[in-house]
Design a protein around this ligand. Structure first.
Ligand code: ADP
Ligand code: MG
Length: 686
């Protein structure tokens, strides 16, 4: 973004008009004065001192500004040198002018010096301007790229040489004519030479077509003032005439115009810089915002991938663990039966621990963001109030829960159980963050966000310890906890994350150390208020075939066995059970469990084997089948095939995968989750 240098700027029409107007005014003043030019006025030698000092300051300032540009076109340096020369000569003029400083005579130099200096001063300035015009290319500005010091050196040497010459010469400035001080011939011719050089400079500027550029426009004005002033003053014949005083004023005006031009230039430059900085800042802000957006998108993606991997791991692990727990449960029942009441206490302890392990496998499956939700339209206000009530005992009196529900919350399709787990997790976190006690707010409202449209926000806020950014970055990571062992599992927020994701929403957390934490679950509202349609990706659970109502998934609640679960058994002894499971241990344990109950059990390792048993004439009354099995056919399909030919067969499906359990129950078959015991199996069959 190059900004034009002063010499490169074209004169605006208004600038041109001003320069022409001033020139005309100047010439008009001179024309008016002309008849009385020689009129002697009172002699004030210090006017020369003031005049010289003012010009010295203006010219040196102009010089300084001109060489302050970073890259100067060639003529820049020469014009600058003109002003340096002018400034130095003005200083010498003041020092050598008799009466300018001391009343009696000059500060330095012989009495001749002043005339030499004045003539050389005016002529020399015009000479430098001619030099500048000659180095400047025609029309177009030329940039040398490097600034040259030569013109300034020439200016200094010239000033020194002129002063030396003035001391060696005896050319007098004045001839005293009675009381009047008259210019000597030397002064008169010298001054006319300066005027001629000034006119020459004007002509050259015109010839070289530089008169469109603003600095040369003003130099033309300066040269006009120079030529006219020097001529008039000399014509008037001596010092302290009307013309002499008038031309001093004109000289001051003329020397100031380029300085004013420069001041304007720098003002524009500053404004331009200001604008550029503002534009740059806006761009930087945009860039930073973009970087931030990307970073957070990447972070979200990374988090999603991590959760996906962990979720898969969790689901697989919990399936295997459930099979193992199934074996343990089955064998435990058999053992219990054999050992009788003696083993009651031990069995109860083992059962309790199996229950704990099973609860843990459930937590593992909760990690998966892809898990199936048992979503159903919830009256949010009522659901949240219920959950808050049910959590009060957990939070005791030191943690009052404030409910802040917006009026007319819409119905929202969510899995009520998972919602409760999520809020429990959030409230326990809030509690843990406030060891001294404190208020916990649970609020819900509807908002319209840009892209997402209308969303429901469920927010839990605490005024607790808050989190440092390093912690905040990792809170959704499964097993990430800052709590001491036994107090935290690091699974709470992972569940919240998975729940929100699987429900088509997301979670936002804001927190600062010492300033509390706000966790917001954001759920999109699929439809306008009132129509309770499930939001997002998931659908309400229900029988897909519209036939027999689904029984839903029976949790594998390991109730301690009734004294005799078989007393009211829905399976009559003598009935044949076909048990299909690919896991040898599970199959055997279940077989023994059922056989111990007095049933005739036939087993198969997978669906094809089961079908071949039936083809060979087996007529089972009950089919108990694992759902996920090798052999190209799963339990649901197997059940359908057998039902086709034997509609009376009663079916129970068994699985260690919770999401599979969900879809199978949608087919209308009762599903039992592993690990199960005889009692829960029978109760499902009933
Ligand atoms: P856990 O509570 O078992 O540690 P979470 O996943 O629920 O696991 O939380 C992970 C971590 O996030 C916590 O250990 C804690 O450091 C931080 N955290 C969560 N909620 C809050 C909160 N409301 N205030 C301060 N820190 C919190
Ligand atoms: Mg927690």
């Amino acid at each position: 973004m190059a900004y034009p240098e002063v010499v490169e700027e074209l004169a605006s029409p208004s600038q041109l008009r001003l320069a022409i107007g001033l020139s005309v005014l100047l010439l008009a003043v001179i024309a008016i004065i002309f008849p009385d030019a020689a009129t002697p006025l009172v002699q004030l030698p210090h006017v020369s001192g003031m005049y010289g000092s003012a010009i010295a300051m203006i010219d040196l300032a102009t010089f300084w500004l001109l060489i302050s540009s970073s890259h100067q076109p060639r003529s820049h340096a020469v014009i600058a040198a003109a002003y340096l020369f002018g400034g130095l000569m003005a200083v010498l003029h003041v020092l050598t002018f008799p009466g300018a400083v001391f009343i009696q005579g000059p500060v330095i130099g012989s009495p001749h010096a002043v005339s030499w200096l004045f003539v050389a001063w005016r002529a020399g300035f015009a000479f430098f301007i001619i030099w500048a015009v000659l180095v400047e290319g025609r029309g177009q500005p030329s940039r040398s790229g490097r600034s040259s010091r030569l013109p300034a050196v020439v200016a200094v040497i010239a000033a020194a040489a002129v002063y030396t010459a003035s001391q060696l010469s005896d050319a007098a400035a004045l001839a005293t004519d009675g009381h009047q001080q008259r210019f000597s011939n030397f002064s008169v011719y010298g001054a006319y030479l300066a005027a001629v050089l000034a006119v020459l400079a004007i002509g050259l500027i015109w010839l070289r077509e530089l008169h469109r550029r603003s600095i040369f426009v003003w130099l033309m004005f300066v040269m006009t003032a120079e030529a006219a002033g020097v001529w008039l003053s000399t014509y008037s014949g001596g010092r302290y005439t009307l013309a002499w005083y008038t031309t001093r004023v004109e000289g001051l005006v003329a020397s100031a115009v380029v300085l004013l031009l420069l001041a304007q230039h720098f003002r524009r430059l500053q404004r331009h810089l200001g604008d550029t900085v503002a534009v740059l800042k806006a761009r930087t802000d945009d860039l930073q915002a973009e970087i931030h957006r990307r970073e957070s998108a990447e972070a979200k993606l990374a988090q999603a991938k991590k959760m996906e991997a962990v979720g898969q791991l969790g689901a697989g692990l919990s399936h295997d663990l459930n099979n193992i727990l199934q074996v343990i449960t089955g064998r435990l029942s058999i053992l219990h039966r054999r050992a009788g009441a003696l083993a009651d206490a031990d069995v109860e302890v083992i059962r309790r621990n199996v229950r704990k392990a099973e609860a843990m496998t459930r937590q593992l499956t909760l990690l998966s963001g892809r898990r199936r939700m048992n979503a159903q339209p919830l009256n949010l206000a009522a659901a949240l109030a219920d959950i808050a009530d049910s959590l009060r005992p957990l939070l005791d009196g030191r943690y009052p829960v404030t409910l802040d529900l917006a009026p007319q919350l819409p119905d929202l399709a969510l899995d009520p159980l998972e919602l409760e787990i999520a809020l429990t997790n959030l409230m326990t976190n809030a509690r843990d963050a406030m060891p001294e006690g404190g208020e916990i707010r649970l609020s819900a409202c509807v908002e319209t966000l840009g892209e997402a449209g209308r969303v429901v926000l469920i927010v839990v806020t605490d005024g607790g310890a808050g989190m440092r950014p390093e912690v905040l970055d990792r809170i959704f990571d499964p097993f990430f906890t800052t709590k001491e062992p036994g107090k935290g599992t690091g699974l709470g927020l992972a569940q919240v994350y998975g729940f929100a994701k699987a429900s088509g929403g997301h979670v936002e957390v804001t927190s600062r150390p010492g300033q509390g934490t706000t966790v917001t679950m954001v759920f999109p509202l699929g439809r306008p208020e009132g129509q309770a349609r499930p939001a997002g990706l998931f659908s309400a659970a229900g029988p897909a075939n519209g036939g027999a109502p689904a029984m839903g998934v029976q949790g594998a609640e390991l109730r301690s066995d009734d004294p005799d679960p078989l007393a009211a058994s829905p399976i009559r002894s003598g009935e044949v059970i076909l048990l299909v499971d690919d896991n040898d241990d599970v199959r055997e344990a279940s077989q023994q469990l059922l056989a111990a109950g007095g049933f005739a059990v036939r087993t198969a390792r997978h669906a094809p084997e089961a079908l071949s048993l039936i083809a060979a004439g087996l007529r089972p009354d009950v089919l108990i089948s694992d759902i996920v099995m090798p052999g190209g056919m799963n339990g649901v399909e197997l059940a359908r095939r057998i039902k086709d030919s034997h509609p009376d067969v009663r079916v129970v499906l068994v699985t260690g995968f919770s999401d599979v359990a969900q879809s199978a129950s949608e087919e209308g078959y009762p599903v039992v989750r592993k690990p199960y015991d005889l009692a829960s199996l029978l109760s499902v069959l009933a």
